[in-house]
Design a protein around this ligand. Structure first.
Ligand code: LLP
Length: 430
């Protein structure tokens, strides 16, 4: 990504800072994020909304990709909304004074406690997943003497989780209300009968790490079609539409992500045309990028502890982290690009399997990775780890979570401290 380079020493740099020096200063494993890259990613979305929807919309950062105080603050300063999916994410956002009216609260099974808190904070939109939640929410809002603004999460029947998206009637998903069974329409009609609920709009999210534009176009069409159906059946025209996140990023050189503006241009065209055809006003549009806001702004630095060659099979390069700080290969076989940070200007001539230090054979960061000739003591940099790495990290094998260091204007600062062994013990009781 734009924030990476190689300096005169042949070391990888991020935001102009020497990664080998950062590894020395803060220790490894270490997550490093470039603040300028994050901010520029935020601005691309904001500018696109301005350009293609005349500013009638908002980009909400899906904080599940990386939620911490620093990220919530950056998103806030960049004028983004925020997507939260738990009391913990909401608590983090509120701790930095995030404007609650710009928060979208998602989840297929929000607890009563979480809903109560969201109501107390005055979260902007609660994205209701099912009819039970609708009922509980109405009771809670009534108990607090409040009226709550909601969206319904709808399954548009498009699943873009894989390389080839599928368009079916009924998708098998735990999230949201089905269109074709009439469930979603039933929810809409029920909502208007609840005194403490105001239905403001609809939400859909069709998948993540998507490279095509077409499934997004289709989803917009389906959702607007449903808004038109609702108008026909009830006379009510919903004014807000949240089209979710899912924009893919480049993890390895042959990934070809869509330019934000290309996506926005084409989808906004579909929105404008469909609204014209169906006689609808252009709704306020919300998008929820997570991965594409932080993914390419982050790298992980490890120290290589051992290189083990198994003749005619493979070479293991063992690092001092692994599935605890990056579970994505173990979970999804996700691809990553890596290099030896202190040899960044040398030829890549070694194909390796990068292994973590957990007691588990599947604890790998990647297989078939082409890197520079590596030896114990080298620093390995794994790229594009800004999203869904720290946020999915664990303490398996009682490994402390690495810190997150933010670089900006030639300086670095810790935004999440390294866990200590005492942090790990702090909830243990005898
Ligand atoms: N909105 C909703 C309702 C979502 O469920 C998600 C992601 C997003 C927005 C943001 O999607 P993004 O722009 O980041 O693709 N752990 C997986 C990714 C799970 C995504 C879940 N939902 C991974 O590491 O690939």
């Amino acid at each position: 990504s734009d924030c990476l380079n190689v300096n005169k020493l042949g070391h990888l740099t991020i935001g102009g800072m020497d990664t080998v020096a950062l590894a020395e200063q803060y220790g490894t494993p270490l997550y490093v994020m470039d603040e300028a890259q994050i901010r520029s990613n935020c601005r691309k979305y904001k500018n696109s909304i301005d350009r293609f929807y005349s500013g009638n919309g908002i980009a909400a950062y899906a904080s599940k990709a990386l939620c911490c105080k620093a990220l919530c603050k950056i998103a806030m300063e960049e004028g983004m909304g925020l997507d939260v999916v738990s009391g913990g994410e909401l608590h983090t956002a509120m701790s930095v004074g995030f404007p609650p009216e710009h928060i979208f609260y998602h989840g297929n099974n929000k607890t009563v406690e979480e809903l109560v808190t969201a109501l107390q904070y005055g979260v902007g939109r609660i994205v209701v997943d099912n009819l039970t939640e609708l009922d509980v929410l109405n009771q809670l809002a009534s108990a607090q003497g409040k009226n709550v603004s909601i969206f319904f999460r709808v399954k548009p029947g498009i699943d873009a989780h894989t390389h080839e998206f599928i368009r079916t009637g009924q998708i098998d998903s735990k999230f949201g209300l089905a269109l074709e069974t009439g469930e979603a329409m039933q929810a809409v009609k029920l909502a208007s009968a609840y005194k403490n609920i105001t239905l403001k709009g609809l939400h859909c999210h069709i998948g993540s790490q998507i490279f095509d534009i077409e499934p997004f176009e289709l989803a917009a069409q389906v959702m607007l079609g449903f808004i038109a159906d609702i108008k026909r059946e009830t006379g009510m025209e919903l004014q807000e539409l949240n089209l979710g996140g899912g924009f893919g990023i480049k993890y390895v050189p042959d990934h070809q992500p869509v330019e934000y503006d290309r996506y926005m241009e084409r989808v906004s065209k579909v929105v404008h045309q469909t609204c014209a055809q169906l006689g609808l006003q252009i709704p306020y549009i919300i998008i929820e990028p997570g991965r594409s806001v932080v993914g390419n702004a982050g790298i992980t630095l490890y120290t290589i502890g051992a290189v083990k060659n198994i003749p005619n099979v493979r070479t293991y390069v063992s690092v001092d982290g692994g599935m605890t700080d990056n579970p994505r290969y173990a979970l999804y076989h996700s691809e990553y690009h890596a290099l030896v940070a202190n040899k960044a200007n040398q030829q890549r001539d070694m194909t390796v399997t990068v292994a973590g230090k957990c007691c588990e054979s599947g604890d790998l960061i990647g297989e078939g990775m082409l890197i520079q000739k590596a030896q114990a003591g080298d620093i390995l940099a794994v790229l594009a780890t800004g999203a869904y790495n720290y946020s999915m990290s664990s303490n398996y094998n009682r490994l402390p979570k690495p810190p997150v260091v933010m670089v900006k204007d030639g300086e670095s600062r810790v935004v999440i401290k390294r866990e200590t062994y005492d942090d790990i013990l702090k909830n243990d009781l005898l």
